[in-house]
Design a protein around this ligand. Structure first.
Ligand SMILES: NC(=O)c1ccc[n+]([C@@H]2O[C@H](COP(=O)([O-])OP(=O)(O)OC[C@H]3O[C@@H](n4cnc5c(N)ncnc54)[C@H](OP(=O)(O)O)[C@@H]3O)[C@@H](O)[C@H]2O)c1
Length: 239
């Protein structure tokens, strides 16, 4: 194992049982961190623990403050916190169900805020937080207004927290389209079309992998002079 400043640190990954969060958990564990993964589904957590040796897991629903409080109450100090629970509310402003919009904002904005509220004071002064946002919104797209509101809101949340929580560092990773189970709600043929079209419109000519994003997350956890950054990992698609 290459030497890493994450070695023997405690890294908590909320939303770490799938996709980007799972890749972060795996890369952090490979760097020697003591990794704790949280999400709602016991089944996904068990599957993650089977894949990544040595991690611990806990059930948490970031839309439920009591659940978030209980999850972090079980942890004493934390070096790094990565928050990436995902939800989307795509659709025209005239048609997108308000319930989906509320659930998305509740998961992505309020959920990230609640995690920081209940974990923040446990973070080591040398520690850091990474929030996950998407590039939709930083580059506007039709039929993605609710998702855009969540993504740009996370940018503002992260940059404000970087001022409020210093010397704890707070950064935001802004991901482009990444092939994860988040997209499983789209029928296979439509999904293949969306991925191909996005790759064709992306300067680097492909969509991203969870490991592309995790690599950037780990760099931000380790870089002790970076805070309040929006780190775009999108192959240039938002340019
Ligand atoms: N994939 C993309 O194209 C893309 C692009 C830009 C930004 N992002 C952002 O990146 C982050 C990770 O997305 P992903 O693609 O890795 O999604 P994913 O594969 O669907 O993983 C989402 C993770 O969040 C957990 N989760 C969902 N709701 C939760 C809740 N209420 N409380 C606690 N955990 C919850 C899920 O586990 P449980 O179901 O067990 O709770 C899972 O571990 C999200 O914030 C997403 O918006 C993704």
């Amino acid at each position: 194992m290459a030497s890493s400043t994450l070695s023997d640190t405690r890294v908590v990954v909320v939303g770490g049982s799938s996709g980007i969060g799972r890749a972060v958990a795996r890369q952090a564990a490979e760097a020697g961190a003591r990794v704790v993964v949280g999400s709602r589904s016991e089944e996904k957590l068990a599957d993650t623990a089977k894949e990544i040796a040595g991690i611990t897991t806990g059930v948490v629903d970031v839309t439920d403050e009591e659940s978030v409080r209980a999850f972090f109450a079980d942890l004493d100090t934390i070096d790094h916190l990565v928050i990436c629970p995902g939800d989307m509310a795509p659709g025209s402003v005239y048609e997108v169900p308000l319930e989906a919009v509320r659930r998305s904002l509740e998961t992505k904005i309020i959920g990230q805020l609640l995690c920081v509220r209940h974990a923040g004071r446990k973070l080591a002064p040398t520690g850091s937080i990474v929030l996950l946002a998407g590039s939709g919104g930083f580059k506007p797209y039709a039929d993605l207004s609710a998702t855009a509101a969540a993504n740009t809101g996370i940018g503002g949340l992260g940059r404000s927290l970087a001022v409020e929580l210093a010397p704890v560092r707070v950064n935001v990773v802004v991901a482009g389209l990444i092939d994860t189970p988040l997209w499983d709600f789209v029928p296979a043929e439509a999904k293949a079309g969306l991925f191909a079209q996005t790759a064709a419109n992306t300067p680097l000519g492909r969509i991203g992998t969870p490991d592309d994003v995790a690599q950037s997350v780990l760099q931000l956890l380790e870089n002790t002079f970076t805070t309040g950054a929006l780190s775009f990992v999108d192959g240039g698609s938002s340019l």
